[in-house]
Design a protein. Structure first.
Length: 170
């Protein structure tokens, strides 16, 4: 299973193996609404999904898991996500393996889609849900991606914009 968002840093499931990995032809975007984790039904947050991007390499983490782990993951990713089969390139061994990832397709009811980057940043800054602030989700993802050596321009720009905003803690 390939994780490219919170599955990189919030590992609340058992796994047999974890390795830095990548998939080809996809890029992260904060285009999926979250009314169950980083927002509410009245004010959904924004979380990442992948969108097609021919030639792009998306870095993340591959997990080898037992089949019954998907019951937990399917529940965790229930808000508009579905499993998609993909080839995963493992970082250390350069081995290509068959796997899956979760994607929020545009026709799901929680999909928010594209918006100006400043609008996405403001939305994230103002959203909070049962799993915490949307801001924390973004910042934790940015740190996790840097630790993987990934320079995701979309995430980095959102992090920069959020760092410029006044927060109650600052």
């Amino acid at each position: 299973m390939f994780g490219y968002g919170s599955l990189i840093y919030k590992v609340d499931f058992p796994f047999l193996r974890r390795e830095v990995a990548s998939i080809e032809g996809w890029q992260r975007r904060f285009w999926q609404g979250s009314h169950d984790h980083r927002g509410t039904p009245e004010q959904p947050g924004r979380v990442v999904t992948l969108i097609p991007a021919p030639g792009n390499i998306c870095r993340g983490v591959a997990y080898l898991v037992e089949h019954d782990v998907f019951e937990h993951l399917d529940h965790r990713e229930k808000n508009g996500y579905q499993r998609i089969a993909t080839a995963i390139s493992l970082g250390e061994s350069a081995e290509i393996v068959d796997g899956v990832f979760y994607i929020a397709v545009p026709d799901n009811p929680a999909f928010l889609g594209d918006a100006p980057i400043e609008e996405i940043a403001a939305h994230i800054a103002d959203s909070h849900g049962p799993s915490g602030s949307n801001r924390d989700y973004l910042l934790q993802l940015a740190v996790a991606l840097r630790e993987l050596g990934d320079d995701d321009e979309h995430v980095a720009e959102l992090e920069r914009l959020l760092s410029q905003r006044h927060t109650p803690d600052s």
